[in-house]
Design a binder for this molecule. Structure first.
Ligand SMILES: [Zn+2]
Length: 89
């Protein structure tokens, strides 16, 4: 099983090489935190803080969008059998 975890301090995905959180990890997080949006945000906060420390040249606004905006944006991902996304949850 490929683990889609961040590679610090560059914050790319160890599993697929995309910027972290990658699309796969986002899908996993949406499934893991289905119906628990606040918990997801708290979970993401710790990564956001660490990313700010690791990437001081990247603006906070950019990182904020990268870590916190995606749960509220629809993805182009095809529907999946176990897709538990709740855009308004
Ligand atoms: Zn990945």
């Amino acid at each position: 099983m490929t683990m889609h975890l961040p590679v610090r301090p560059v914050w790319t995905c160890a599993g697929c090489g995309q910027v972290w959180p990658c699309l796969t990890r986002k899908r996993q997080l949406l499934a893991e935190f289905a119906g628990a949006r606040v918990s997801l945000m708290l979970y993401l906060t710790q990564f956001f803080v660490e990313a700010c420390v690791d990437m001081p040249t990247t603006t906070t606004g950019t990182l904020y969008h990268r870590f916190f905006a995606w749960p509220y944006e629809p993805t182009d991902a095809p529907p999946r059998e176990h897709d538990h996304r709740r855009l308004h949850g």
